[in-house]
Design a protein around this ligand. Sequence first.
Ligand code: SF4
Length: 515
Amino acid sequence: TEIVVGLGTCGIASGAKDTLEAIKKELEWKNIKDIKISQTGCMGYCVGEPLVEIRQGDSKVLYENIKDFKVEELLQQHLIEGNIVERWQVDEDLDFFKAQERIVLKNCGLIDPESIDDAISNGAYRGLAKAIKEMDQEDIVNEITVSKLRGRGGGGFPTGMKWKFALDSPGEKKYVVCNADEGDPGAFMDRSILEGDPHRLIEGMIIAGYAIGANYGYVYCRAEYPLAISRLRKAIKDAEDYGILGENILGSGFDFNLDIRLGAGAFVCGEETALLASLEGHRGEPKPRPPYPPQKGYKGYPTVINNVETLANIPDIIDKGRHWFKNIGTEDSPGTKVFALAGKVRNNGLVEVPMGTKLGDIVFDIGGGLINDGKFKAAQTGGPSGGCIPIEHLNVPIDYDSLKELGTIMGSGGLIVMDQQDCMVDLAKYFIDFCKDESCGKCTPCRIGTTRMLEILDKITKGEGEQKDLDLLLDMGEKVQDSSFCGLGQTAPNPVVSTARYFMDEYKAHIEDNY
Ligand code: SF4
């Protein structure tokens, strides 16, 4: 028998550490021996935290909302009297679980993220072994190119193409950098992967290093993720001890060293040139491109920068092959996408679905619909760089191109659901406020433009705006998009443009009814 407690940040925030302690004490008190107590990362069903799973042979029973005071009854009923406590049991047939397809999150919530043995027995490093034993650099880059994997950090740039540029760029040294500087409000995909299955990321980075000829890698992670950092640190150390990381990996003669660098929480450092500047110890400000990082990146050497989810896809693509990967998702956006489902949706949590899944299926089947029987109004994708999708487009397939047509972006995976109570002008104001705070100040359109846009939105939401303010807001939005230096400024007006496109009546109501 094994009792597994979800100890991701979501679980810990809900009291899972107290639950774990209560389980240990209760077992001791009841003098029950031969029970293994384990931890795991985020199981995805964050709404049910603290989650406790009792595994006995092939049987697994998942319980939700197990606060410490419920432990005594749970163990008495389940372990001693042999009864499943149905009122606390999570229904395994929930669409939340059934409608997902988990590749990146496959081991999250299953393995102990601090045990390399657990990771290996669940398939970790199989892709690396295949890459090193059976493939050369060109083979790997070609496999990733033909798989059509696109960057999961937001832009959707073809990963194989990026790797090919770096492979073909001459350089005495080359680098692989993982962008784990997740900063979108409401997004926690990268954090959960790092906390739940850090070996998957390490494996993806070693394969990337082997493919482009890099012997060094950095994970640039925001310092606000202490649990993710400590688990990743342990995983790196364990991989080194196992000869998987460091010198002469798996006896191949290939060396790859991996280190973690902490960011100080600046959203702009998610932009790759700003990230590199920060990594080099400079102020995190974007630089002009070209040269692009695969040609001239970290310290002037060819550098591949991929986000956590992109790299976490690599091991299975190599292990199972591009054909397997291309059979999932859509023609132009193969594979899956991880979303952090948040807002007014019942099943808040982390979900992974094939690309092309309809938004409505995510919100109503996986998400279980809206809380308090609310009526769906819109969903925001892409965080501060994205836009909203109104109810008339609920059936949109979630892929890079379909979202772009609606004026939003896939982004890194934040998906915030709103109901009829939510004011879309307030939403736009919230995101502009965020971008104004996060603007690095290097260029005027973004630095001043976002400040002025916020002032106008403030005026409108106080019922003091006029039509000319609205006109100025939209005109300024266009100019900030067109003339800002980097992606942060170029996309900062998107939530305003998008809400004005679909919810102009709300802007007008603020102006005409003075509220
Ligand atoms: Fe900095 Fe904004 Fe200009 Fe980007 S657009 S360089 S974040 S001021």
